[in-house]
Design a protein around this ligand. Structure first.
Ligand SMILES: Nc1ncnc2c1ncn2[C@@H]1O[C@H](COP(=O)(O)OP(=O)(O)OP(=O)(O)O)[C@@H](O)[C@H]1O
Length: 601
């Protein structure tokens, strides 16, 4: 059951401003996973850049050496050195980029793995908070944005930064006054970028949010395609889609335009800067304070100085969007799992299946209590029926027995052991679950059965499949047990999927079983098959059967009637029918409904 509206919390918001820079630095730390290679890249880029800068210095030397000389011989060694520097710089950049590719791919691999693995540790409470589409967006779209940042501009940015630093050092060394003139451009550009960041930054954040909305809607539309067609809602869904798309378009344009304006602006600033350096330099030459060669070097350095800034700013949108996406990714990575093993938690030894609830209270969200003072006992091997109106809290009882959620107060014991004192994994190993919506993996039939228990052999699985009335239909599949179940088993009928999940639970061989309305939505013959398989599955195990149709729990050792989170009645079917209470009314209303159904057939 989905949470009632108003109960949903939202995913932690991505950081803003300084937080974004922190996120960018944090995501860049993943590059340090290959420290030696990264160090080699930095050294190679540095050598490449210094060689490149020396080319400009050599240009000045060449100009100076030509002044007043009639023979070109003196220029040859200079040209040869320049050629050597060019080749050296090329080789350094080439190897540097080659190594960087590996550094980047390792970083992305780890980031994807960390995110996926971390999400597996989070509790259902976390997944309740947001539509799956929103999470999908963070796992796919945001990772793609960071990938684009690492793959496209990162190398250029590294190169640019080195270029900026080495050029600055070279300029200061050649002539500190002229160097300061050239640096005016930096101040101007930083000012422009600061202004643009104030507008574009939030726009990029909003763009990612709109894209996440779009993903959510697409996911919902695809999952509900059958219902959409049945209720002829295609046009409405298309209109909703285009509404969200338009919002993404509008913030997208804002983010993009602002960051694109930066390009022509930086070109303008560059030209102005070169002009100013040429003017001041010429005045200095006239006054004898500078040689023509030094000015030539300076002009070429000024260009080299502004060029990396151009590249940095040209890639500004990558940097902005990557910082936003990195923030969104880290907001998931920083989410602490709230269902954790207590310090000193022990393995739950194989149990007999004695389950006790004592005064258990529970709420999904604070302030809205769902289960109130639930107490009951299930002896080993007993079948316990759970019934009651929709939203009464039947599934919730199961959710806390399996520790999908932690309770507010009370005690839950299995074979006398508090479930909070044992390791979650060892607890869940002993509880088999057959859900209302059978979930199968996109894998072969055999592997789906093997998911029940690590190490289950093929012979064992085939024998169980026979017991669970699956073998016959499996052998009729195109590749038998090797048939791949596409998209969670959509190539099987609902009943077949249910039979397979029953077989999987049999292979798991747990002492405690949870069956959640496992027999709904199937024809009578399949239902008989399922019932027979379930009876086999329940043999010798404590089972909790959540039933809407009371006929499925008539034979239960005990039936708990839940209403608004409280156990309002308990006993066997016969006892409660005789008592003519809540259960009796429930049963009679279903019975009458069934009779009128049969009469109208
Ligand atoms: N993840 C959740 N977050 C918040 N509230 C929830 C969540 N799941 C269920 N609820 C609320 O808890 C109450 C009990 O839900 P539960 O699913 O246990 O009912 P149920 O008896 O199993 O209903 P049904 O027979 O319709 O499946 C409902 O009011 C429901 O809105």
């Amino acid at each position: 059951m989905t949470p009632a509206s108003g109960d949903t919390l939202t995913l932690p918001k991505e950081p803003e401003g300084a937080g974004r820079i922190k996120s960018l630095i944090r995501v860049s730390r993943y590059l340090g996973l290959k420290k030696i290679r990264l160090a080699a890249v930095i050294i190679l880029f540095l050598i490449g850049t210094v060689s490149f800068i020396l080319l400009s210095v050599m240009l000045g030397i060449a100009v100076n050496s030509l002044t007043g000389i009639k023979t070109v011989d003196t220029i040859y060694p200079v040209v040869a050195t320049m050629a050597g520097l060019s080749v050296l710089s090329f080789i350094c950049y080439y190897i540097g980029y080659y190594l960087l590719a590996d550094v980047i791919q390792t970083a992305l691999f780890r980031l994807r793995q960390n995110l996926f693995e971390h999400m597996q540790t989070l509790s259902l409470r976390f997944y309740d908070r947001q539509p799956i589409g929103e999470l999908m967006s963070r796992v796919t779209n945001d990772i793609d944005v960071v990938t684009a940042f690492f793959q496209v501009p990162l190398g250029t940015l590294l190169m640019g930064t080195f270029m900026l630093i080495t050029t600055m050092v070279a300029m200061l060394w050649l002539n500190s006054w002229l160097a300061l003139v050239a640096m005016v451009a930096v101040v101007l550009l930083i000012g422009i970028v600061w202004l643009l960041a104030r507008v574009a930054g939030p726009a990029f954040g909003m763009l990612q949010e709109r894209l996440a909305d779009l993903n959510g809607l697409t996911e919902e539309t695809l999952a509900g395609e059958k219902t959409i067609i049945a209720y002829r809602q295609q046009k409405k869904m298309a209109a909703r889609q285009s509404g969200v798309s338009k919002e993404a378009y509008e913030v997208g344009v804002k983010a993009q335009v602002v960051s694109l304006v930066i390009n022509p602006l930086t070109v303008l600033v560059t030209n102005l800067d070169v002009g100013i350096v040429a003017l001041i330099g010429s005045i200095m030459i006239v006054k004898g304070a500078l040689t023509v060669g030094v000015l030539t070097t300076f002009l070429s350095l000024t260009l080299l100085f502004v060029l990396p800034m151009l590249t940095i700013f040209a890639n500004y949108n990558y940097i902005l969007s990557a910082s936003v996406s990195a923030g969104r990714i880290f907001s998931i990575l920083d989410e602490k799992p709230d269902i954790v093993d207590r310090p000193g938690a022990v393995e739950l030894k194989p149990v007999k299946g004695h389950v006790v609830f004592k005064d258990v209270n529970f709420s999904y969200v604070s302030g809205r209590q769902i289960l109130k003072n639930n107490s009951f006992e299930a002896l080993p091997g007993q079948k316990i029926g759970l019934c009651g109106p929709t939203g009464a809290g039947k599934s919730t009882i199961i959710n806390i027995l399996t520790r999908y959620y932690d309770i507010d107060s009370g005690i839950i014991e299995i074979d006398g052991q508090n479930i909070y004192d044992v390791k979650q994994e060892s607890l869940r190993k002993q509880i088999g679950v057959v859900l209302q919506e059978p979930f199968l993996f996109s894998d072969t039939v055999m592997n789906n059965l093997k998911y029940g228990r690590d190490g289950a052999s093929e012979d064992e699985c085939t024998a169980v499949a026979k017991d669970a009335n699956c073998h016959e239909f499996i052998t009729r599949l195109p590749k038998g047990y090797d048939t791949i179940l596409s998209d969670g088993g959509s190539n099987l009928s609902q009943g077949q999927r249910q039979l397979l999940t029953i077989a999987r639970a049999m292979i798991a061989d747990p002492r405690i079983l949870i069956l959640d309305e496992a027999t709904s939505n199937v024809d009578t013959r399949t239902e008989k098959n399922i019932q027979a398989a379930l009876r086999k599955l329940q043999e010798g195990r404590t089972s909790f059967v959540i039933a809407h149709r009371l006929s499925t729990i008539k034979d239960a050792h005990k039936i708990l009637v839940i209403n608004q989170g409280e156990i309002v009645e308990r006993g066997t079917h016969d006892e409660m029918m005789a008592a003519k209470g809540f259960y009796y009314d429930l049963y009679m209303s279903q019975f009458k409904g069934r009779v009128s159904e049969i009469l109208s057939e």
